[in-house]
Design a protein around this ligand. Structure first.
Ligand SMILES: [Zn+2]
Length: 341
């Protein structure tokens, strides 16, 4: 088996993927035709053309236009199913998917109906591919802490399959500190804590997520590399970083993949996962992420497998499930490596 095939067959776990960002251009076109949503897209090529970004704020505006096209809760079943179908094709066994309900509630969709549709897609994918998936709710920092508190109440009423909260959205202008009480409440409710930080802003945003919000994992964390004291703090607190290399390249957070700081994180003793973030909008998938690390940053097959195992350890799966999955991953790895020889 050649190296590319070996890397594709490695068992994987994805910790950072947005459901809406997984909407394939073909699916989006189908949704627009089915729903009659008014948009500027006339073809799949129009959509593909649109999925190119000048910078991070431009990406956020494109993302918002995609949200405008989803005018019925039912479409989340198909979008979620297809996200998991694509992950399964990269031999991903478990996914912790990000869903931002208020992006859609403010467009008059119903929180409970959306959650049901997402979970239907998850169940269908499990039956078909054996892949499992839980949900983390992105409170989206742009809506402010009062709205985030309200969203915690939605979660309290209906929390089917939700394991964590997050703040995504625009880091610039929306620092983490005002979310202190929201995170405290989420923690008291037994939810795991993550924040997007250090993607579109400097290390100060990561400091806020670490010190004020008490996060267990950081989404992206790219700019943390500029601050050695911060890296030390992250390591000492046992926080892990969900890296999204191709996403960082596409939004301009890094200039080239070989400039991605993932190796510096690992050298500092910080555990990392590798993730596709918004795979359809960034034209990537989990196989591509692993292959790019091999191509552009010289990660060996063994090093990539280490990332897969660390991703299990830092996942929000229960301890028993983690131990089972670790065994399963190592068994597959031994089979792959013995076939390679
Ligand atoms: Zn993200």
């Amino acid at each position: 088996m050649d190296k590319v095939e070996t890397i594709k067959r490695l068992p994987k776990l994805e910790q950072h993927v947005h459901i809406v960002g997984s909407t394939k251009p073909e699916t989006l076109m189908g949704i627009i035709e089915d729903s009659g949503a008014k948009t500027k897209f006339n073809s799949i090529d129009d959509i593909k053309q649109f999925f190119q970004y000048k910078d991070f704020p431009h990406f956020i505006s494109v993302y918002s236009t995609v949200n405008d096209c989803i005018i019925d809760e039912k479409y989340f079943e198909r979008i979620t199913y297809e996200m998991l179908e694509s992950d399964a094709a990269s031999n991903v066994k478990h996914v912790e998917a990000i869903f931002s309900p208020n992006d859609h509630v403010r467009r008059d969709l119903d929180y409970g109906k959306m959650l049901d549709a997402v979970n239907k897609g998850i169940k269908r994918a499990k039956r078909k591919f054996g892949i499992t998936c839980t949900i983390r709710v992105d409170l989206v920092r742009n809506y402010g802490p009062e709205t985030a508190m309200k969203e915690l109440d939605w979660i309290k009423k209906k929390d089917d399959n939700i394991v964590a909260v997050d703040i995504g959205g625009s880091e610039d202008g929306f620092p983490p500190e005002p979310y202190e009480k929201v995170y405290k409440k989420a923690k008291d409710r037994g939810l795991h804590l993550v924040a997007h930080a250090g993607e579109a802003s400097g290390p100060e945003s990561v400091w806020g997520a670490v010190k004020t919000l008490g996060v267990e994992r950081i989404g992206h964390g790219t700019t943390a590399v500029k601050d050695p004291a911060l890296l030390k703090e992250i390591r000492e607190r046992g926080i892990s970083i969900e890296t999204c290399p191709v996403s960082n390249l596409r939004t301009g957070a890094i200039k080239a993949l070989n400039e991605h700081p993932i190796r510096s994180f690992i050298k500092q003793g910080i555990k990392v996962s590798v993730n596709s973030d918004d795979p359809s909008m960034f034209n990537t998938d989990m196989n591509n992420e692993y292959l790019q690390l091999n191509n552009q940053l010289g990660f060996s097959v063994d090093e990539l497998m280490r990332i897969s195992l660390d991703s299990i350890e830092t996942s929000f799966l229960p301890a028993k499930k983690k131990a089972e999955m670790r065994k399963e991953f190592l068994k597959e790895y031994r089979e792959i490596v013995s076939r390679k020889a």
